[in-house]
Structure formats: C-alpha cells, structure tokens
Design a protein. Sequence first.
Length: 312
Amino acid sequence: MSAAEQPRTVPTVDPGRLDPDWLRRTVRIALDEDLGPEPGRDLTTQSTVPSHLRGTAHLVAREPGVVAGLPVVAEVTAQVAQRLGLPPVTVDQRVPDGARVERGDVLVVVTGPVQVLLVAERTALNLASRASGVASHTRRWADVLAGSGAQVLDTRKTTPGLRELEKYAVRCGGGTNKRMGLHDVAMIKDNHVVAAGGITAAIEAVRSRFGDVPLQVEADTPAQALEAVAAGARFLLLDNMPPEVLTEVVTSVRAGESNTGPIELEATGNLTLDRAAAVAATGVDYLSVGALTHSSPILDLALDLVDGLSQA
C-alpha cells in the first residue's frame, strides 16, 4: 500500500458486530431492489464488461468522518458473485468500523471479477455511506460530551428496515443504544399517561402485565418526575426541560437515591449540539437525540477501479 493509501485512523470504540442474519437478509432485499428478482441483471455492466475480466477497486473516503458498516462490502460482493455465477472476490478491510478517516483514505480493497465489483458498487455504498454518516454525526455529539459523564443516546426514529445498521453505526460513533424496539423496553410517554389515567396508573399497568422488563417514564414537569420515582420508576425521560429545570429535577432525584437506589436521568426533546454541554452540566446521565438516525447526511464514499485489469 502506497503512502497515499495509508489510512490516518484512530479506532475509538468496540461497537460489536452487525447481526449476520440481518445483514444477509438486508443485502438480499437491496440487491433485489437494484437488480430485480434473483438472480437479477445489470444491463449496462453485463453488456460492456467481459465476465472473465478481473480487477481491483478501492473503497475510498471522499471526506473526513467516522466509518461504519464496512463489513457490508464482503456480504454484498459475495451475494453478487453467487448471483452472477462468478468466482468470489477477495476483500481486505483496511480500516476498522468506528475509526476516524480523512479524505483519500483507502478503507477496503476488493479484488475479483470486474462485473462483480461494478454490480455490487451502489448497494455497498448505499449501506456503508449511510452507516458512516450516522457514525460521523454521533461522534460529534460524543466529542462534545466527552468528560461530562453524560452519554448520547439514539431513538427509534430510524429508517424502516435499517434499524440494526443505524443503531450499530451509533455505537461506532461512540453513542449508546437506548432500546431496539417496542419489544425490549417499556417506555411510558405522554399518550400512554393520558390513556392509562396518570403516570402512577401507567406504571402500575406495565408492572402488572410485564413485571420483569426495563421500564422508562417520560416526565414533562418536576412534579411528574417525582411522581414517577415514587411509583417505582428508575429511568426518567425529562422532556423539553430548560437547563435550570433539569438541574432542579436532578438535584431532587439525587437527594432521594439513598432510599430509591440509583435513578437514570435522560434529557430529551429538541437538543442541539450548541446546547449539549450546558444540558450535560445539569447532571443528567444521557442526552437523547433522534437526529442521529433521522437527519444524518451520508458520509461520501466511492468505489474506484484501479489500473491493472487482467483477463482471467
């Protein structure tokens, strides 16, 4: 690898891994979308590129950021090779997910049939660019919160079908997953309170039906927060509270923890990067940011063929 290809990266997190079953299913659906029903076809590539032509392509960062989702390259190229009945490609991932990269860094090197490389290109880029955009955005929040004791949380405001990827990308960026869905954590919000007849009634209803699940409760006022704690809540979402009110709630709740035990406190609602440090200074444990997944722009990545094409 030349000096120009050497990545300037600093791994920052261990995000775990993408669920392999999810990855296989998602790539299959994405390829069906692009190529048509399996095996599908690429009218342009299969007309202009001989099936025996081999080459190498570099997945390259076109702008600085934090990368995520690079393992999709291996899955996409493997499935494309199988669909086309061509030999598999070799995939050399040069950069770990969660690493900071600069413009021009080579992230992945793939070698094999050029047809496979070109057919796989857009699907691999769509997934990796999306994940890397989420990771890059999350890293900006994590950097602002560094040293504060607070962490940035994601939400369920994800792209349908891509939640696994986007929440993985949040982890790659140094953030924390709040819950994967409606099935793993009970979260009582304002509409549930209205329907149940109050915060205490809603908490009791959840505990009577699903007594062993994690429970989180949204509070709009200090009075609601204290009511939720008295009713047994140990995780509070403090919604749209200004810093001075957050400080009041944090002080009150912490004062009672010798009796209640630890209580996790999350600030949520219309948070922005320029306010993040002030919100963290109130003493909350988390800042919940839906924009991590619903408003992150992609990180611009490209797949470029390099010189040295050869006949198989």
